[in-house]
Design a protein around this ligand. Structure first.
Ligand SMILES: [Zn+2]
Length: 63
């Protein structure tokens, strides 16, 4: 997640300047991993897809 130390604010990639700087102070923006989000949606999606895939392969083994 893009984090500006100058403004002490998180930015979404869409709201940032085109060159990847802060839209408010034009300063450098750091990419920060938010570790409090233990299970982001794309991780859940990946696990779900894996379960579906393995289930499909399992059914295929017996057909
Ligand atoms: Zn800023």
């Amino acid at each position: 997640m893009p984090w500006c130390e100058e403004c002490a604010k998180y930015w979404t990639p869409n709201s940032m300047n085109e060159d990847g700087t802060c839209p408010k102070c034009d300063g450098e923006v750091e990419e920060v991993e938010n570790e409090s989000e233990s299970a982001p949606w794309h991780f859940k999606l990946m696990v779900g897809a894996l379960v579906v895939y393995l289930g499909y392969r399992f059914v295929q083994m017996f057909s």
